[in-house]
Design a protein around this ligand. Structure first.
Ligand SMILES: Cc1ncc(COP(=O)(O)O)c(C=O)c1O
Length: 380
């Protein structure tokens, strides 16, 4: 019913992934999908664009209803509409929250580079603590290391959580999130929970929105999300924050007032239709992504010196290249395989690359074939 085996050529469309990589590579980097958005979204955007007046819009109840019914449908939770705060996109929403909270920003590494950059962008100090891997290579928070680090760094105000996690693909359990809430409570932190990947969940994993973890989490968090990743519409930005605590919410609303442009009428249509009408498309997408994940894991397991994490969520996988002995695996794959990944260095971890497997199977196969050939040629 839905087709994920073709993507119209993107090269030359002014897109970052294909047109901004400094050469001719198979682009397996930027976190958008080389797949078309749902046809219903495309039709709705065209319909709206055909009305020739692009005047000031109103973000009325119809849009808050999208969010309320989303939390009901996915989490059986009756979200009070007043908890919703519209923000231009997830990262600007996080940036403004960090500026409002002031103080040192804490995050784990590896971490999505734009979360790592929040500190520099807001001119605030940063405290980074590595995740650890269990005996099966699964990443988890390192509570001991986090306690030690925060004890030595007074002034931490904010913990930025990426849940599900980019790039290690973890869906944190309710128990782990409860432990994080305890940690943040003991140290007086506010949690910024970036949940932009929360609809891209595989197998029987269950995502828990941070504000639903317990009473403390509800009162001390700002959750940010949007349909950008799931429906492949990041260039039609429209996102929201959930801020249950009234005082924190009023402070945030006052802080961000005047900082955002009026909502974009095309983005509003994309938002409304993706949240309300694209459930079947999303289920089909998840089947495609999961099948790509399985294929990619199996292929990478056969490549000398590489280990890939098992994705519980997201279309971004984290490849450990350290056993290859390559000094700069990112450059090796660009120069010898013609494949462009994200460089682990930008996530705080040299020796790793991040692959984006949200594309047609043909594109993924070509990238994996070229990777494997380059690694085998090196072995001689
Ligand atoms: C964890 C995470 N947060 C935020 C974003 C970007 O969100 P936005 O484009 O709404 O700022 C991305 C995009 O890759 C992401 O992976």
């Amino acid at each position: 019913m839905f087709e994920f085996e073709e993507c119209p050529p993107r090269k030359g469309t002014g897109c970052s992934k294909w047109d901004n990589q400094g050469g001719d590579y198979i682009p397996m980097w930027v976190a958008d999908m080389d797949l078309p958005a749902p046809q219903k979204v495309v039709d709705a955007v065209i319909r709206r664009a055909e009305h020739p007046v692009y005047g000031y819009p109103v973000l009325g109840k119809e849009y808050t209803d999208c969010v309320v019914s989303y939390y009901k449908r996915l989490y059986d939770f009756d979200l009070p509409a007043e908890w919703i705060v519209w923000v231009p996109a997830v990262m600007p929403g996080a940036n403004m929250a960090c500026r409002m909270l002031g103080g040192t920003i804490m995050n784990n590494i590896p971490m999505y580079p734009h979360i790592r950059k929040l500190a520099a962008e807001t001119q605030l100090p940063r405290l980074e603590v590595p995740l650890r891997q269990d005996e099966n290579g699964r990443y988890e928070m390192d509570w001991e290391a986090m306690e030690t680090a925060i004890a030595a760094a007074p002034g931490v105000t904010t913990f930025v959580l990426c849940s599900p996690h980019n790039p290690v693909g973890r869906v944190f359990s309710r128990q782990e999130l409860g432990q994080l809430a305890d940690f943040c409570c003991r140290h007086g932190l506010t949690v910024l929970s970036d949940e932009i990947h929360s609809e891209l969940i595989f197998d029987d994993n269950v995502h828990t929105p941070f504000f639903l973890v317990n009473d403390w989490a509800r009162e001390h968090s700002i959750t940010l999300t949007s349909g950008a990743k799931t429906y492949n519409i990041p260039a039609l930005p429209m996102a929201f924050a959930i801020v249950p605590n009234a005082k924190l919410r009023q402070k945030y609303q006052a802080f961000i007032a005047g900082l955002a442009a009026v909502p974009n009428v095309l983005a509003m249509e994309a938002f409304r239709v993706s949240y309300n009408e694209c459930g079947a498309w999303k289920e089909a997408l998840l089947r495609h992504l999961q099948s790509n994940r399985d294929y990619m894991e199996q292929r990478i397991a056969e490549m000398p010196g590489l280990h890939v994490t098992h994705n519980e969520a997201t279309f971004l996988a984290w490849i450990d290249c350290r056993e290859t002995g390559l000094e700069d695996p990112w450059r090796f794959f660009r120069e010898k395989a013609g494949v462009n990944f994200n460089n682990g260095v930008d996530f705080g971890c040299p020796g790793f690359v991040r692959i984006n497997f949200a594309c047609t199977r043909a594109q993924l196969t070509r990238a994996l074939d070229q990777m494997e050939a380059a690694l085998r040629a090196r072995q001689g």
